[in-house]
Design a protein around this ligand. Structure first.
Ligand SMILES: Cc1ncc(COP(=O)(O)O)c(C=O)c1O
Length: 454
């Protein structure tokens, strides 16, 4: 019988992160300064990020060394186990192999600390005392709170109001790790006050919370801002997932035909998929799928263009699939997938045809998550359920075609702090939601007047 889990010893934690930017067949379009219309200089980012992370954001290097201090903290939970989903295979009567990389074993319960720890380290090394950030479901906020605690940094988290109300336990986790967490929009920033004046009951959005966190960071010299997804350096840090998965599969003589991850801002998907995309670019035949919600269909329906990363237009213009920087997604339970844009690197990979995006309704994703929990035991995060919905769809189709494909997916986090979402599903309170076409037209309008790609 095949092993259920493939473990690696701590000596196999990767010592370098992988940067797909070095291997794209055509280079990514650069970000643009909204004022000059030219690529921003490193100094333009200086009030927001420490310079050591700005350098990483812009690096063309294929490999970046992971500092010893970061590796020391990674040892708390890395390498994460790779599981063979034998229970799910049986439930689907699937002739092939399904593997998942369990990123839910980290202290905060998701992949997010892979970059949170790295970012806290570089901020500390640069002399920063306090970090501000936004969070959707609270996964990122709790990961950064944990990471800041490891390096003795203060942490201030703006949590999207709808999630703050739906998910009190992540706020408690953040506070346990010593962070200050407030529901966004707040009346403590210009950006928050502007939104509250238009809509006092605003459910908030990641775009708004980002504006608040950036505003608070630039006000104080000892403070910088940290983003949990989207940017190149975040995707770089997440590459440990795919690098480990490759070694684990190699250890048992297997290799995936299909690689799948859910995508909100794109970081866990990229973390698993990019080391495999390097092989695809070099000629391997791999099908790579990014799964997103039908309520926030950034890649499947959003235009590819230059847009701001936040609602208040404080970030540089990023080349990405976007639903418009003022898009406020429906309050679905996968809070971490409610972001208007997609990482420029993932958007570029989609545009080059290296990645196929697919969208799933939340009802379908909870059905998939519950199937997974019943046959594999672990209860997945609502975000992760999107990847599982894609896995089940791919497995069923392969079976119909008589193919025994090897499927690998990222189990980006556990759902033990998201049980209210499961309760809503199990008690029949969740509804289907497809973004109306008017919203796509509105997104296109929001991009009018901004530079075009190409
Ligand atoms: C468990 C989990 N998976 C996926 C995501 C989506 O983020 P990203 O696309 O950056 O991986 C989140 C975001 O909060 C998350 O918490």
């Amino acid at each position: 019988m095949a092993d259920k889990k493939i473990f690696l010893g701590e000596e196999f934690i990767p010592t370098q992160w992988y940067n797909l930017n070095a291997d794209f067949p055509t280079p990514m379009p650069p970000p643009l300064h909204p004022g000059t219309g030219k690529p921003p200089s490193p100094e333009d980012f200086a009030p927001i990020f420490p310079m050591n992370l700005v350098e990483q954001e812009m690096t063309p290097a294929r490999w970046v060394d992971i500092p010893e201090e970061v590796l020391g903290i990674y040892k708390m939970w890395r390498p994460t186990p790779l599981y063979r989903a034998t229970g799910l295979e049986k439930a689907l009567d699937y002739p092939g192999a399904i593997y998942f990389k369990n990123e839910g074993v980290s202290p905060p319960g998701s992949h997010k600390p892979n970059t949170a720890v790295a970012q806290a380290y570089y901020n500390k090394a640069f002399g920063v005392k306090r970090i501000t950030t936004e969070t959707g479901a609270g996964q990122w906020g709790s990961a950064l709170a944990f990471a800041c605690q490891q390096f003795g940094l203060e942490c201030k988290v703006f949590m999207v109001r709808v999630s703050f109300e739906q998910k009190p336990y992540r706020r408690i986790m953040m506070m346990t790790w010593g962070a200050d967490c407030v529901p966004s929009p707040t009346d403590t920033t210009e950006a928050g006050r502007k939104i509250l004046a238009q809509d006092p009951d605003s459910p908030g959005s990641l775009g708004i919370a980002i504006s608040e966190a950036i505003e608070m960071a630039v006000l104080r010299d000892d403070t910088r801002y940290s983003l949990g997804s989207v940017l190149n350096h975040v995707l770089l840090h997440q590459s440990v997932i795919g690098l480990e998965a490759k070694k684990q599969l190699e250890a048992i003589g297997d290799y995936p035909d299909v690689v799948i991850g859910c995508a909100g801002g794109g970081s866990n998907f990229a973390g698993l998929a990019f080391p495999f995309l390097a092989d695809k670019i070099a000629g391997k035949d791999i099908h790579v799928i990014a799964a997103e919600p039908t309520s926030c269909p950034t890649m499947t329906r959003g235009p590819y263009g230059y847009d701001f990363g936040d609602t208040n237009q404080t970030t540089p213009l990023l080349p990405m699939h976007t639903l418009g920087h003022d898009f406020v997604p429906a309050p679905i339970h996968a809070g971490g997938l409610r972001y208007h844009g997609m990482a420029p690197m993932v958007s570029h990979a989609v545009n080059l045809g290296l990645v196929e995006p697919r969208a799933y309704d939340q009802i379908e994703t909870f059905e998939a998550g519950i199937t997974f929990a019943r046959y594999e035991g672990f209860i997945p995060a609502p975000e992760t359920n999107h990847a599982i919905a894609a896995v089940i769809q791919v497995a069923k189709q392969a079976k119909e075609e008589g193919k025994a494909k090897t499927i690998l997916f990222n189990w980006s986090g556990h759902g033990l702090v998201d049980l209210a979402a499961y309760d809503a599903y199990l008690s029949g309170k969740l509804t289907r939601y497809e973004l109306p076409e008017e919203e796509i037209q509105r997104a296109l309008k929001a991009l009018e007047g901004l530079p075009k790609i190409g």
